[in-house]
Write a protein that binds this ligand. Sequence first.
Ligand SMILES: C[S@@+](CC[C@H](N)C(=O)[O-])C[C@H]1O[C@@H](n2cnc3c(N)ncnc32)[C@H](O)[C@@H]1O
Length: 317
Amino acid sequence: MLAAVSDARAPGSTERPRGGLPDARAPGSTERPRGGLPDARAPESTERPRGGLPDARAPGSTEHVRRNRAAWDRWAAEYAGPGLDNWAIAEPCWGIWGIPQRQAGVLPDAVDGLDSIELGCGTGYVSAWLGRGGARPVGLDNSPAQLATARQLQDRFGLRFPLIHASAEQAPFADASFDLAISEYGASIWCDPYAWIPEAARLLRPGGLLIFLVNSVLLMLTIPDTDGVPAAERLLRPYFGMHRFEWLDDESVEFHLCHGDMIRLLRGCGFQVEDLLELRPGPGATTRHPLATLEWARKWPCEEVWKARKLATSASR
Ligand SMILES: C[S@@+](CC[C@H](N)C(=O)[O-])C[C@H]1O[C@@H](n2cnc3c(N)ncnc32)[C@H](O)[C@@H]1O
């Protein structure tokens, strides 16, 4: 059966989301992926528009937001330690293998003077990195508990920027307020792409840059349902129609699109795709995150970073 009942609530297990999260650098991380139901079996699978721009405020965008808020409020305490570690590092490191910025090239060379918004900021370390680089960051998150951690870390590190409690599918900002929108396993996997990407397009100024890091499509197709078992070397679920993933054992909902659908969505929202970085760890890389073995991740990307530029004029809107 495709959907596994995970043991996330079994005695001794740490209850965490399965989406790949960059807390691998935190000692003791036992985060693991779990299999899910592609949206072909999800009740909302027909709500997704294929062409054009959906209304980010459409009814139906709120049910998963509420579920993910509850999940993240419960998980938040486990993310305070990894958040602290990531606030403390001098050079940004990305993904479960902690690939340094100078190798990964996720951020632009210069962020000085940019108005940035982090969509699903969690503990806020990406915005802290941007702030240290001279940007004017804003962090937005759906979970009050995660934002409380971010505030504590702001106090601890003496670096403050606005932290907004909202869903990235309905961001309370005027059109064209930002130069950079970024999401590292935030809105990029926890929001419906057909809602949050149009919203990111609305928030960005012409010429603004959208950067988001997600589990790779290959990983989402090969990750077994079994707890703690890394990605397989064969495809375990369908590629076509991938969109909404939900789990039998907790209330959270994730979203992952296949590449063709993502490109069409970005272009439909007035973006030009500039890059798709497929993160590859170095030969000696380590991770505590059991999403994929190093051997696997050296052969196939387990994480990918999209970079898309909002065109000055959007013919499609
Ligand atoms: C793993 S964290 C990613 C943030 C950051 N990179 C980190 O690891 O702390 C995922 C975050 O996405 C947030 N999130 C989930 N759904 C969201 C939504 N609809 N709008 C904004 N944030 C959301 C969660 O509350 C959580 O803080």
